[in-house]
Design a binder for this molecule. Structure first.
Ligand code: PLP
Length: 382
């Protein structure tokens, strides 16, 4: 594409190293890992190696990794699988700012299986309070799920603290780390979580591959039934090339994450300051400091976010109103409403998100175009 792509939270391009690593498993080494011949055994070895690498990335055992078709499936398997696999209890604790993959899975359990859900509120900065999480836990709580980083405003939650509170009540804890991947440490021992979801296409692997870490002895009811692959936790012929791709992207993340995060955090702060200085009335959403290095979201009161996006695109800048996963929906963002924004202000949101290859200079150079686009839309409105 021409212009500047600032919608990396929606998806990213497949990285060359990733494509090269997966290519053999789409062509010559195309075997089914369950087949008992050399072609199958070669695929099985590649799958095992990929699983070991993803486990190294997440700080767990290879047997604790379940490959899935992406973040949505990992979230579905975590929420439904842990809740339905639990020996007792019918209560789930989560937040109103989770991705739809979590929210809709919880809603399914409520509608179809008679669960109850408590949605712990968040502040204007998008943070949940540990006290509120502690207060929401009940003797019959089967699962708590709080995302590591929010996909719209980028706020990063104190997951280790929240997981410890859940464990003090004997409650397993899941975190959706889809947006955090590539930016934040994902060591499940340090986070203290029992389940964690990641998705390949946010870190330079293709769409359609993801993984769920699920702690060894935690009972997990499968969502997909069939041939019993993935130790019975996720049936379906394994996406070997996808697993190799995810592992390659994970290896790159292990190598480059710290340097990328430091560089992008500086770029993010310079960009945020430039936008706030140059666009009257702009407000940064989410937490000012506890947020992802690659995300800055704003509201521009007096505009319409979708029209600002079009004006930005005319200037060669591709961004998003927030959740691409809910594309087509005209509703104001459920995240911004939960943060306490009025519906008409929530509709003025624009999210800029980028990968580690976008420089500070390139980002800061976008700020005047943002001011222009917002001014243009305000002019139209008045
Ligand atoms: N969770 C979060 C926080 C996300 O941002 C997304 C996608 O944007 C998902 C889950 C879903 O992942 P996937 O697109 O791999 O299904």
């Amino acid at each position: 594409m021409t212009g500047l792509y600032l919608d990396a939270a929606a998806t990213s391009a497949v990285r060359r190293e990733v494509l090269e690593a997966m290519w053999p498993y789409l062509t010559g080494d195309f075997g089914n890992p369950s087949s008992h011949h050399a072609v199958g055994e070669s695929a099985a070895r590649a799958l095992a190696a990929a699983r070991a690498t993803v486990a190294e990335w997440l700080g767990c055992r290879a047997s604790e990794i379940v490959f899935t078709s992406g973040g949505t499936e990992a979230d579905n398997l975590a929420i439904k699988g842990i809740a339905l696999g639990a020996p007792r209890g019918r209560h789930i604790v989560t937040t109103p700012i989770e991705h739809e993959a979590v929210l809709a899975s919880v809603d399914y359990l409520v509608r179809v299986h008679g669960f109850e859900a408590t949605y712990v509120p968040v502040g204007r900065d998008g943070l949940v309070s540990p006290d509120d999480v502690a207060a929401a836990l009940r003797p019959d709580t089967t699962l708590a799920s709080v995302m590591l980083a929010n996909n719209e405003v980028g706020t990063v939650q104190p997951i280790a603290e929240l997981a410890a509170l859940a464990h003090a009540q004997g409650v397993p804890f899941h975190t959706d780390a889809v947006q955090a991947a590539g930016w934040l440490p994902l060591d499940v021992r340090e986070l203290g979580v029992d389940a964690l979801s990641v998705s390949g296409h946010k870190i330079g692997a293709p769409k359609g591959i993801g993984a769920l870490f699920v702690r060894g002895r935690l009972p997990l009811e499968p969502v997909l039934h069939g041939g019993g692959q993935e130790r019975g936790r996720r049936s379906g012929t394994e996406n070997v090339a996808g697993a190799v791709a995810l592992a390659t992207a994970a290896r790159l993340a292990m190598r480059d994450r710290e340097a990328n995060a430091a560089r992008s955090t500086a770029a993010r702060d310079a960009f945020t300051a430039a936008v706030l200085a140059q666009t009257p009335g702009a407000e940064l959403t989410g937490h000012a400091a506890a947020r992802l290095p690659g995300t800055a979201s704003f509201v521009f009161p007096g505009t319409n976010g979708e029209t600002v996006l079009l004006e930005l695109e005319r200037r060669g800048i591709v961004s998003s109103s927030g959740s691409a996963c809910a594309a087509g929906s005209e509703d104001a963002s459920h995240v911004l409403l939960a943060l306490g924004y009025d519906e008409d202000v929530a509709r003025t949101a624009v999210r800029f998100s980028w990968g580690p290859d976008v420089s500070e200079d390139a980002l800061v150079a976008v700020a005047p175009a943002v001011a222009e686009a917002v001014g243009e839309v305000r002019g139209l409105a008045s």
